[in-house]
Structure formats: C-alpha cells, structure tokens
Design a protein around this ligand. Structure first.
Ligand code: MRU
Length: 355
C-alpha cells in the first residue's frame, strides 16, 4: 500500500508528492496550520486525499488545542476549519472532510461532552474516514472493472490513484480492480501539464504495481485515438455537480471531447463524497487559479519570455453529455445524470468493509 498519508501519535505524516518520482520523503505535520500548508503546497493532493487530510487537520487541531472550556474550544474550531478550507477551492471533498469532523464536534459540544472525550471521538472519526476512503475506492473499482475492456489500452489524465486518495485510487482503482480480475490492460498516462501529475505520479504508482504504463504528452492522445490505439478513457473528479458536470484536472475536458469524436467511452470514477448536490451545474464550480511559475518554469528553469501573459487554471469542467458513466461506490451513474444522481442520493450509503 502506498503511504499517501497516515495518522501517527506525533501528527499526520504525508508522503511529499512534490518530490516524486525521484525521492520518497515524508513531511510530518504536527499542527493544523502545517496540515493546511501541506494541502496548499500540494505535498498532498488529489480530491480524496485532501478530503481526509482536511478531516485529520481538524481532528489534529482539536486534539492539540489547549483550550480549557467549550466556548474557547468552539472559537478555535471555527478558526481551524476556516484555515483548512482556505487552502484549495475546487475539490469538494476538502469541505466534506472538514464538515464531517466539524459536525461531530458541534454535536458533542452541544451535548456538553467533556473535552478529552471530544478529542478522542474526533480523532476516531478522522481515522475511520481514512479506512472508509480505501473501502470506497475498492468498491467503486469493483463496479468499474466490468466497464473496461478485457484486453486493451486505457487513457487516463492527471493522477486519480492511490496518491490522490488514502490508497488504491478512483480511476486507477478501477484499472487496478480490472487487472486483479484478469483484464489485460495497459495504461496511457497523459503527462498533465503544468504540474505533471500523470508523468510523475500516475506512472510512478502504476509501475510499482507492475501495470504496463506509457506516458504521453498532453497533445498526443487525438493522434493515438485516430489510430484506434485507445479503447477507453477513465479519469477521477474533484467535484461532480448535481447534473453530472464534472470538474477535474485541467485538460480533462479536451480529452472528453476527443473521446466522443472517436466513439471511445469516457468514464469518471469518484466516491460519493465528490458528488456535490448543492452545486446545480458545472458553471458554478469554483476553479482554482495557481501560480504562474508552474507554467513559466520547469525544474527551476524559465521556459517562457519574461513578462509574457500566463494562464494557469488548475481544473476544467467536462459537461455531463460527454460522460459515459460516473462510477461511485454506490453504483454506476448513467445519463440522464440529474435523475440518476438524485435517485442514488435517496439510497442509504452502503456499509463499506474497511480495508
Ligand atoms: O491539483 P490536484 O493534483 O489535486 O488535482 C487532482 C485531480 O484533478 C484528480 O484527477 C482528482 O482529484 C481526482 S482523484 C481523487
């Protein structure tokens, strides 16, 4: 299992994804502010991983608090949650993770629970969310595996793998599950400029698992699709709106259009926590803008003329009409997505067996 993040008695330990694939080093966050920095600086990244990191950040903040009264602790919890929530705007999992621990805190505080008991319960919840994340990935992987070809090439964009979750992954979880069930699959990983999650992270983790992987520059998939070299596309998601429009790493939208043009199914794999019923359509999803330097520089070397204009939106939105299916741990959603999402939302969440 790839140790993306781990709750330890000394704090939350993160595999430093900025250093991969060349170095496997860790950053230990011993307070919530450090967890916020780790999320903002993308030491941990990927919607599911930052969701659980947000939950652990709140739990760590509460556990380490020296407040001696509930009103004082409640004021601190508000600050902790705001700090963590200000780190990255697009992946709804972050707000879901923070909200789950905050809701438990509010419930316990309203019942005048003792501070030591509150500390113990919020830590237990955050750690359980870690186990449930892996279980959700395995369950959605099992649903999605059947959708992938028995033998063929699957394109993915960005990293929606174990590194983007607590383990196993969403899009890569589906690929892993298919391979475990005997499918002969090889993977094309878009390099995913400018942050290179595909080239650095997807390639690294799939090679560790012995899954045949080839890295492509982002502008090569149309050509390969036209030559019949790609049988399916699968990506993760940072936020799925109530109508199925899906935000994911910048470049995903283009890949979806290309897949449609070539008659190739385009799947999204994401846990239910990524579905945002409060956001009606993709146009309402906030898109993170990141530092220009990610575009202007590569490995510390300037690649563009000084002073040229730069765009760096970190995500785009794929309209639901391009999506063949959204694979969740509750089942596979199909078009019309507004109706299928609303129907699945009514069902009780399944009992997931922690890994
Ligand atoms: O900016 P990142 O690396 O956090 O973006 C990650 C992605 O876009 C993933 O594809 C997405 O989070 C789905 S995997 C949980």
């Amino acid at each position: 299992m790839i140790p993306t993040l781990e709750w330890l008695p000394s704090g939350v330990n993160f595999l430093d994804q900025t250093k991969l694939p060349l170095e496997e080093t860790y950053v230990l966050a011993t307070d919530y502010k450090e967890v916020a920095r780790v999320i903002r600086d993308m030491i941990v990244r990927g919607a599911m991983a930052i969701g659980v990191s947000g939950a652990m950040g709140v739990a760590l903040g509460i556990e380490r608090s020296t407040a001696s009264t509930l009103p004082a602790l409640t004021a601190e919890v508000a600050l902790i949650c705001d700090t963590l929530a200000s780190t990255r705007p697009t992946a709804v999992n972050l707000f879901w993770g923070i909200g789950k621990v905050r809701d438990l805190y509010n419930q316990l505080a309203a019942a005048q629970t003792s501070i030591p008991e509150i500390k113990s319960q919020v830590v237990t919840l955050a750690r359980r969310m870690y186990d449930e994340d892996i279980a959700a990935c395995k369950q959605l992987g099992a649903f999605g595996a059947e959708l992938l070809p028995q033998k063929g090439t699957v394109l993915t964009h960005c990293n929606a793998g174990a590194l983007a979750a607590c383990g196993y992954g969403s899009a890569l979880g589906v690929i892993r599950a298919a391979v475990e069930r005997g499918h002969e699959i090889d993977v094309l990983a878009d390099e995913t400029r400018p942050y290179l999650q595909g080239a650095r992270l997807t390639a690294w983790e799939l090679m560790k698992d012995g899954i045949p992987t080839t890295v492509l520059c982002d502008n090569m998939s149309a050509h390969l699709m036209s030559k019949g070299r790609i049988q399916a596309v699968i990506v993760g998601a940072d936020r799925v709106a109530a109508n199925g429009d899906t935000a994911n790493k910048i470049g995903t939208y283009g890949v979806a259009i290309l897949a449609k043009e070539h008659g190739i199914p385009f799947y999204v794999a994401a846990p239910w926590a990524t579905v945002d019923l409060a956001t009606a359509h993709g146009g309402l999803i906030p898109i993170e803008q990141r530092d220009e330097r990610e575009v202007t520089h590569s490995n510390g070397k300037q690649m563009t003329p000084t002073g040229v204009g730069i765009e760096n939106p970190a995500f785009d939105v794929t309209p639901a009409r391009y999506i063949a299916g959204i694979i969740t741990e509750r089942g596979v959603l199909r078009s019309p997505f507004e109706a299928s999402i609303a129907a699945l939302a009514q069902q009780p969440s399944p009992e997931l067996v922690p890994a």
